[in-house]
Design a protein around this ligand. Structure first.
Ligand code: AMP
Length: 282
């Protein structure tokens, strides 16, 4: 496995492989890797000749006051994990090499970036799609794999690929969870013992909603109230949002659920904001 630091070197590497007719699969990450990331890497690895993983804590997607400076890092551990799943290259650029002096261009997503996480993080998805487009141009993948844990991110990226005619197939991988149901996240490292114990209420509430939908007709308002009530019964939990939306357009579902829709939530535990979601099928 090779580690490449410079964007230009990454692009040269990719150009040479593409010129030989070889295929590239790509998994972008911010590092502090866990089994959720590794599951995407295994999915990607089986779909191309080469697997590239990027590790880049992208300053553009953090707003002032968010956790850019404290985002957890483990370079040696991450490299060992990438090697263990058979990555060919880990692309590890610095912020200065990705955003040199004079950098000023942004990709601007449309209304898909507005609801859910877009409400409390209004510049977040601009930063995400801008870096993803740069990474696609450097890594030149035919296939890129993203997690459904960040469902809105996946949809915003799919739409960018469609709207801008990018020649990349985007795949979504399932959410990987701890045995108690908590979705794996690098940010779980921030939680105190008491917060970690209460964080299980996110996946529990999604399960309650799923049961409610399975047991008969339910309205969006009833489902949202059920989830809110369960989450707010936990003293450390402060709801950022609980929303039921169309899983393609992310527009609100109103009234009785008639087709598959996305139940998504973001909850703060102290300074840590966790997200989770599930597709509900009535
Ligand atoms: P991050 O390092 O948090 O930016 O995540 C990198 C990629 O891993 C994104 O596509 C995430 O959606 C995905 N990911 C993060 N956590 C999980 C998880 N628990 N299960 C599946 N994919 C995940």
């Amino acid at each position: 496995m090779q580690t490449i630091l410079e964007p230009a070197a990454m692009q040269t590497w990719a150009r040479e492989r593409r010129a030989r007719g070889e295929t590239i699969a790509f998994v972008p990450t911010m590092g502090f890797l866990h089994e959720g990331h590794l599951s995407l890497m295994r999915m990607a690895r089986d779909r191309a000749d080469h697997l590239i993983v990027s590790i880049f804590v992208n300053p553009l997607q953090f707003a002032p006051g968010e956790d850019l400076a404290t985002y957890p890092r483990d370079e040696a551990g991450d490299l060992a994990k990438c090697a263990s799943v058979g990555a060919d290259v880990v692309f590890f650029p610095t912020p200065a090499s990705m955003y040199p002096d004079g950098f000023q261009t942004r990709v601007k997503p449309g209304p898909l970036a507005g609801p859910l996480c877009g409400r409390s993080r209004p510049t977040h998805f601009d930063g995400v799609v801008t870096v993803v487009l740069k990474l696609f141009n450097l890594v030149k993948p035919q296939v890129a794999v993203f997690g459904r844990k960040d469902f809105q991110q996946l949809q915003v990226i799919r739409r960018m690929v469609r709207d801008l005619d990018l020649d990349v197939e985007v795949l979504g991988g399932p959410i990987v969870r701890e045995p108690d149901g908590v979705a794996l996240s690098s940010r779980n490292a921030y939680l105190t013992g008491a917060e970690r114990a209460q964080a299980v209420c996110l996946s529990q509430s999604l399960g309650l909603a799923e049961q409610r939908v399975a047991s008969g007709e339910a309205t969006a308002a009833q489902i949202i109230e059920l989830v809110r009530a369960h989450v707010t019964a936990h003293p450390s939990a402060e709801v950022d949002y609980v929303e039921l939306v169309d899983s393609e357009e992310l527009t609100p579902v109103v009234g009785t659920l008639t087709g598959p829709c996305l139940l998504a939530l973001a909850v703060r535990f102290g300074a840590t904001r966790l997200i989770d979601n599930r597709v509900l099928v009535p």
